[in-house]
Ligand binder design. Structure first.
Ligand SMILES: N[C@@H](CCC(=O)N[C@@H](CS)C(=O)NCC(=O)O)C(=O)O
Length: 286
């Protein structure tokens, strides 16, 4: 392995350009950077998001709730252009001080309720509508365990593997090896789990599946970082079976289209305010 000629200084200093596609987005400080109000639609739930794996967890859940007849889950999905730093506008920061999509505002409560962090939003919606949580309370800790597993693990896949394999301006073998190892360990874990279980929590489809699918399903299906071959995706047969099975669900297909900002326009619904927004659109084929 090549030696690096970098020695960390005693105190790190921020340079405005560290390179890579997120050089303009990332700063070592938090808080609003400019004044900007958010739009508000007619529905009880206002979602401010983007069609990334963390964003589509929530739109899949909302589409599932609506398909299951929970009319209180009607929502407006507004697009936050994270590439243009809209997540640092004052209105968005009021809902999510961490400046990351997705963020939800629920106007059906006495005072509007803000929820940020995709896992918290899934749990909030599941509890509110008593849906996509295990019916048997004794299975609930299993669902919570996998939900928290996803929230803790996906940053290794996204911020670690995806960043160094796909986005970093230089390819660093040490970093790619380290995060590839961990991601393959995670995929092996899921593969073993899905060998004995139809869904993550057994025979019930829950928010644990909805949280895990966009990241790990997206990886074996070849959407995340185009790394299906590099990670030998097809060798994770059970994850692939589960990922394909979930993508047959119309709600998952619709959820993946909402706030999608890249690719062919016929696969994306930039903003969602009603079912009519899906007219003329179709899910991206596998
Ligand atoms: N743990 C957070 C992570 C959210 C997150 O990282 N969102 C990304 C898009 S997937 C984002 O908003 N990035 C913009 C930025 O980092 O400034 C969650 O699950 O909600």
């Amino acid at each position: 392995m090549a030696e690096s000629d970098y020695t960390p200084p005693n105190v790190w200093k921020w340079e405005t350009d560290h390179g890579g596609p997120f050089a303009n987005t990332n700063k070592p400080t938090a808080g609003a950077q400019f004044e900007k109000e958010l739009p508000v639609g007619d529905h009880p739930l206002q979602l401010y998001s983007r069609g990334t794996p963390n964003g589509i967890k929530v739109t899949i859940m909302l589409e599932e709730l609506l398909a299951a007849g929970h009319s209180g889950a009607e929502y407006d999905a507004w697009s936050i252009d994270i590439g243009s730093q809209e997540q640092f506008g004052s209105g968005f920061v009021e809902i999510n001080p961490n400046s990351k999509i997705p963020a939800l505002l629920d106007y059906s409560t006495e005072k509007p309720t803000r929820v940020f962090e995709s896992g918290a939003i899934l749990l909030y919606l599941a509890e509110k509508h008593q849906a996509f949580m295990p019916a048997d309370p004794s299975t609930r800790p299993e669902m919570l365990s996998w939900l928290m597993w996803q929230m803790g693990s996906a940053p290794y896949l996204g911020g670690g593997f995806g960043h160094f394999y796909s986005y970093a301006p230089i390819k660093i073998q040490y970093a790619i090896d380290r995060f590839t190892m961990e991601v393959k360990r995670q995929l092996d874990l899921l593969d073993q789990r899905l060998d004995e279980n139809e869904f993550i929590c057994g025979d019930e489809y829950t928010i644990a599946d909805i949280a895990i699918w966009p990241w790990y399903g997206g990886t074996v299906l070849g959407w995340q970082y185009r790394a299906k071959d590099f990670l030998d995706g097809p060798s994770y047969k059970n994850v692939t079976r589960w990922a394909e099975q979930l993508y047959k669900r119309p709600s998952v297909q619709r959820g993946r289209m909402v706030n999608r900002a890249r690719g062919d326009a016929k696969y994306s619904v930039p903003e969602r305010h009603s079912m009519a927004d899906f007219e003329g659109k179709m899910p991206e084929p596998l």
